[in-house]
Write a protein that binds this ligand. Structure first.
Ligand SMILES: [Mn+2]
Length: 286
């Protein structure tokens, strides 16, 4: 079953970032529940800022799951990147991600490596940067595997990373790893910029697609831009995708309206079940 999720950022520095809810985990969980989401995706400043007991209680109370936890604050707040030319700084980036992998894994959820991947050209060649990223992911992914979850890797658009930008490039990079425990995160906002055909890119990812970030062409809630969602949704359904469709989009015009628009799009494009009435033909006896 394809499940819906919505993002909650706990990072003040990311207040203008593409997250539906900001600043308050309890309020975000309550709002997620009220709008009918299945799960939440959390963007914390650091694993130490997360209270496992509190989160478990909130999820239980609202009947939610944890879809994933992002590591982007490692970059936004601390300028950590897994491709830093300085080995000590790479280790700090790895430790930051490892703590989030451990925390998320305790909830059966994966961590996301997005902006923590960094870029090449600031004291490194592309080959060096990719080599370092390979080393780091080959250390982090087995850690996730021990917790029974994949590690999610997200290709970014050209304005955010110069390592690679497309699903095809992401897949060939994953092929170059020793670990097989890294799944691809496809963010429809990035793919709308980089891919010739978003639906075809998702199909190319196939069984290696682990998570989807749901945002329109302008990074607002799906339906507030001009992305053609129907072929994308058809591709995800036809390939048997069973993961989360998670709203990582701007809180435009406000958090609640973005959440309402997202769940409306989700229900339109990923209808869950036909109702009992609709599934019974008129006149059919029970
Ligand atoms: Mn994303």
């Amino acid at each position: 079953m394809i499940r819906s999720a919505v993002t909650i950022s706990l990072v003040p520095e990311a207040r203008s970032g593409p997250f539906v809810f900001h600043g308050d985990l309890a309020a975000g969980c309550a709002a997620a529940r009220a709008q009918g989401f299945d799960a939440v995706e959390i963007f914390p400043g650091h694993a130490d800022e997360l209270d496992g007991y509190q989160l478990r209680e909130l999820l239980r109370q609202h009947g939610l799951s944890l879809a994933a936890i992002g590591t982007g604050a490692g970059w936004v707040r601390h300028q950590h990147r897994l491709t830093d030319p300085d080995p000590h700084r790479r280790m700090a980036a790895r430790d930051f991600a490892a703590a989030i992998i451990d925390f998320a894994g305790g909830f059966g959820a994966p961590a996301i490596i997005g902006s923590l991947q960094g870029r090449w050209g600031e004291g490194s060649t592309r080959e060096q940067a990719l080599g370092w990223l390979r080393q780091e992911l080959d250390q982090l992914a087995p850690r996730a595997h021990a917790l029974g979850v994949p590690l999610l890797f997200e290709p970014l658009n050209r304005y955010e990373s110069n390592l690679f930008n497309t699903v095809a490039e992401g897949l060939s990079f994953l092929d170059s790893l020793q670990t097989r425990n890294v799944a691809l995160l496809c963010d429809l906002f990035h793919e709308n910029i980089e891919e010739a055909d978003v639906a075809a890119a998702l199909q190319l990812a196939g069984k290696r697609l682990g998570h989807v970030h749901f945002a329109d062409s302008n990074r607002r809630a799906m339906g507030f831009g001009h992305l053609d969602v129907a072929p994308i949704a058809a591709a995800l359904r036809s390939m048997g995708y069973q993961g989360y469709i998670s709203a990582e989009c701007l809180p435009f015009p406000n958090s609640e309206a973005a959440a309402v628009q997202t769940i409306r799009s989700f229900q339109q494009f990923f209808p869950r079940t036909v109702t009992a009435e609709a599934s019974i033909a008129p006149g059919a006896g029970a």
